[in-house]
Write a protein that binds this ligand. Structure first.
Ligand SMILES: [Zn+2]
Length: 182
């Protein structure tokens, strides 16, 4: 059985929980702007009640469009609170906006680093000045590469190679913690 429930909706964030009892897994999909504490409290309480039912928890943060300083603080408190819960945690997807904050505050991705399935990386085409966001799958990357370089990508409009629209050294910092998981 798979149920989808809207849960922990705040003023600007919607959090949907998809529960699969066969796989003993719940996936939380976050959509919108993360800036307050109440919706995260609802998620933590929900998880607390699922201790007997669920083994794995997946956070899909690819829909986080922005996170402000209050959202960062709330997220850090939330991570601290739930990491004592008896689940396996991982990130199904992480948006570029969330990663920007997490590079300054690495514990946003877990005090002990949690696995990340995929994440968004912004690319820029110098030729036609277009910016696109690519989803990179962590399993396909060589995390031990030093320095780590963005996988090559070509522009969908003009076919020319694109570059990462961020400093590679800064943007990919979070991968260094992940490489310890391999
Ligand atoms: Zn182009």
């Amino acid at each position: 059985m798979s149920i989808i429930a809207a849960l922990g909706s705040g003023r600007s964030i919607k959090i949907e929980a998809q529960v699969s009892l066969e796989e003993k897994r719940v996936t939380f999909a976050f959509r919108g702007v993360l800036e307050e504490e109440k919706p995260l409290d609802a998620v933590a309480e929900y998880l607390n009640g699922m201790r007997q039912t669920i083994e794995e928890v997946v956070f899909d943060l690819s829909g986080v469009e922005r996170i402000n300083s209050s959202g960062v603080r709330c997220w850090l408190d939330f991570m601290k609170r739930i990491q004592g819960y008896p689940f396996r945690f991982r990130f199904g997807g992480v948006s570029e906006f969330f990663l920007e904050q997490a590079n300054a505050k690495p514990w946003m991705l877990g005090k002990r680093p949690l696995p990340i399935d995929s994440f968004e990386a912004p690319y820029f085409c110098e030729t036609c000045s277009s910016r696109t966001v690519r989803t990179l799958r962590t399993a396909e990357l060589d995390l031990k590469a030093e320095p780590f370089r963005a996988p090559s990508a070509s522009c969908e409009s003009c076919g020319k190679p694109m570059r990462l629209d961020e400093s590679e050294e800064y943007f990919f910092q979070f991968l260094k913690r992940l490489s310890s998981l391999r």
